[in-house]
Design a protein around this ligand. Structure first.
Ligand SMILES: [Zn+2]
Length: 323
């Protein structure tokens, strides 16, 4: 009997590291959550511990793992397996050879490294395909509504990074040339209206809880200012969805990032905005934008699942080089 093809995925964030063990059929066999250790030594040590922990939890050994994938925030060179400028992880401009260092700690298993947004997109595509009950490669964008705004894009089941790694950087498409200055040097970028930070600007938190939670609570309670602010925000997210569909015609736009923790109430207002904007356009109506936007499936960590899918590819790559 062939031994099962297991892979481990890690999603290393600034405060926590999520780990999953993915089985032969792509099912999640175990998952865990640890505090992230910072700095070059901490990141490698913490990643090795997270892999060993989730493997032990599933009652298997490292020998059964054929590949490991790691999602990290920062500038990733996926081909080289390196990361730099991951400020949240205490990594500066010097490239950390995460792939080689982690592989050495794990008995030589192949390690793939990918940007955190990209692993989330790969994970969302994997889960959407599993939910649909078939493995037809999907077209999907994972729209991260966080501190910033960007999308990870999967086309025909393959991650699309772009020729300069800038695919999906729609947060810096200017939507109002007379708008406020953006950190990127332009004015009126979409990120200033549709990111999580934009919610905080629209509706500053009064109690210290996340601004999106307070805004949506106030709107649900009928506060007229909150209703206006919520509709303004929903239109901005709808603009991001429209931009993605009209550029790459993805079947699914998955809402992710911190704001997406609002869940169904967020999805409802974004769909409403898309319906409103399609009202005068038969062209837009024919594209069914409201039907394409959705939340991430299930309650598993999409980023860690995507990293585990990347980990499988790391094996294939290593074999390609060997063969
Ligand atoms: Zn910008």
């Amino acid at each position: 009997m062939a031994s099962p093809r297991l892979s481990v995925g890690l999603d290393i964030g600034g405060t926590k590291t999520l780990a999953v063990l993915l089985g032969d059929d792509g099912e999640v066999l175990a998952q865990s959550r640890l505090s992230t250790a910072l700095g070059p030594v901490g990141v490698v040590d913490g990643a090795a511990r997270a892999v060993q922990g989730v493997v032990r939890q599933a009652g298997v050994t490292l020998d059964a793992v054929t590949g490991v994938g790691v999602g990290v925030p920062g500038l990733v060179d996926a081909g080289a397996g390196t990361v730099r400028h991951a400020v949240n992880l205490g990594l500066d401009g010097a490239a950390l050879d995460l792939s080689t260092l982690l592989s050495a700690r794990l008995g030589g298993v192949g390690v793939g490294v990918e940007n955190d947004l990209n692993v989330a997109a790969v994970g969302a595509a994997h889960l959407v395909e599993a939910e649909a009950g078939d493995r037809t490669p999907t077209d999907l964008a994972f729209l991260a509504l966080g501190t910033g705004l960007a999308a990870g894009i999967v086309l025909d089941g393959r991650l699309r990074r772009g020729s300069h790694g800038a695919a999906g950087e729609i947060g810096h498409v200017p939507v109002d040339p007379a708008g406020p200055p953006c950190a990127c040097g332009q004015r009126g970028c979409l990120e200033l209206y549709a990111s999580g930070s934009a919610v905080t600007a629209l509706w500053p938190t009064a109690t210290g809880r996340p601004a999106p939670v307070e805004l949506f609570e106030a709107a649900a309670a009928g506060d007229p200012d909150a209703l206006v602010a919520r509709a303004t925000y929903a239109r901005a997210v709808a603009a991001a969805v429209r931009m993605l569909v009209l550029t790459v015609d993805v079947q699914h736009v998955v809402l992710g990032g911190g704001v997406s923790q609002l869940g169904q109430p967020l999805l409802d207002v974004v769909r409403d905005a898309l319906v409103d904007e399609s009202a005068a356009s038969g062209f837009l109506r024919s594209l069914d934008l409201p039907g394409r936007v959705r939340l991430a499936p299930g309650r598993v960590a999409v980023g860690a699942v995507g990293a585990a899918v990347v980990g499988r590819g790391a094996v294939a790559h290593a074999r390609d080089l060997a063969g």
